[in-house]
Write a protein that binds this ligand. Structure first.
Ligand code: A3P
Length: 330
């Protein structure tokens, strides 16, 4: 695995030297590729994106969750996994198996990042070997790669994409708390002012925030049957209808009977912040990040407690300008 990664990174080494680079989030060097900033020290790097653009082979039945980090990825991974696999982990009388992956593991294990699969195995393997959590197609994957750089075959093969975005102020604050849970031997902890500065400049992983959201928003308008555009805020306000909408979009709508039996409620409870927090209170996600770091407050508008009036004004002004043609309400 490591050897495969080393070869892959080496192959794109020369291309890397041609890219703009700058210090950003947590004092790390970032590379700009096709208009977006990528971390230099993560295996989820520019090189990985380039390699996937060259050789990632999706299945037409694949399902992808696309997000910017801190937009609610972990939650919607859980909801999509539980929805798509609901028959597999049910006793039949609407009782969940105690071995349901979401009762024993992190949603990130159930819906892996494509990059993780790509590092682990050869691209052909990615194509052939399904996610071990899934007993049958479709395979569920996730990524933060921006629309511009998404391997074209993912769209051309007819795969279904779900994009989730969240109010930039909550994303920024969530980033701040999450960042400071990283092990600090490698990365420099940041104050909220420093977090604000890099966020506004777009120098966070896969930033700028606004361009990422806007591209997927426009793509979802252009390809409504392929890309479903969701917001964290509407998901929180009307989880029931949003989960039904996701199921329908993914080709596995809830039957009237399931709805009547509380099948949707069961999934919502299983994926609630409280439930996932409890399951993930111990253990490590990887790279020294605790599982628990992915589950904090899960509030809409929590930014009110953390941002100054000046920060709010600056973020609102940018959002108003960048999203003026978009019909998104947070
Ligand atoms: P906060 O830091 O605002 O609490 P991501 O999964 O993209 O990294 O996003 C993390 C954010 O989603 C965190 O937001 C986290 O608390 C929230 N979150 C995690 N699980 C959730 C759940 N089951 N329901 C609602 N929000 C959840």
């Amino acid at each position: 695995e490591e050897e495969h990664l080393a070869l892959l990174l080496d192959k794109y080494k020369n291309k890397l030297t041609t890219l703009p680079k700058q210090k950003g989030w947590m004092g790390e060097t970032f590379y700009m590729y096709q208009g977006f900033w990528y971390r230099s020290s993560s295996p989820f790097s520019v090189q990985m994106t380039m390699a996937m653009q060259d050789s990632f082979k999706p299945h037409p039945t694949d399902i992808y969750l696309l997000t910017l980090p801190k937009s609610g990825t972990t939650w919607v991974k859980a909801l999509m996994f539980a929805t798509v696999n609901r028959a597999t982990y049910n006793h039949g009388n609407n009782t969940l198996l105690l071995t349901h992956p979401l009762l024993v593991s992190n949603p990130h294990k159930c819906v892996p990042y494509i990059e993780q699969e790509f590092i682990k195995k050869t691209p052909t393997h990615v194509q052939e070997k399904p996610n071990p959590c899934l007993h049958a197609p479709p395979r569920l994957f996730s990524t933060h790669i921006p629309y511009t750089s998404l391997p074209r075959l993912i769209l051309d093969s007819g795969c279904r994409l779900v994009y989730l975005c969240r109010n930039p102020k909550d994303v920024m604050v969530s980033w701040y708390y999450f960042s400071n849970k990283f092990p600090h031997e490698i990365l420099t902890p940041m104050t909220i002012n420093e977090m604000f500065e890099v966020f506004v400049k777009g120098m966070v992983p896969y930033g700028p925030y606004w361009d990422h959201v806007k591209e997927y928003y426009n793509a979802s308008c252009e390809h409504p049957t392929k890309i479903l555009f969701l917001t964290y805020e509407v998901m929180k306000k009307d989880t029931m209808n949003q989960v039904k909408r996701i199921a329908e979009f993914l080709g596995c709508p809830f039957s009237k009977e399931e709805e009547g039996n509380g099948g949707v409620d069961q999934i919502i409870r299983l994926c609630s912040l409280e439930s996932l927090k409890e399951v993930n209170k111990d253990g490590e996600y990887g790279d020294g990040i605790p599982n628990a770091a992915f589950f904090r407050e899960g509030k809409v508008g929590g930014w009110r407690n953390d941002l100054t009036d000046e920060m709010i004004k600056i973020l609102d002004d940018i959002t108003d300008e960048k999203f003026q043609d978009l019909d998104i309400s947070f």
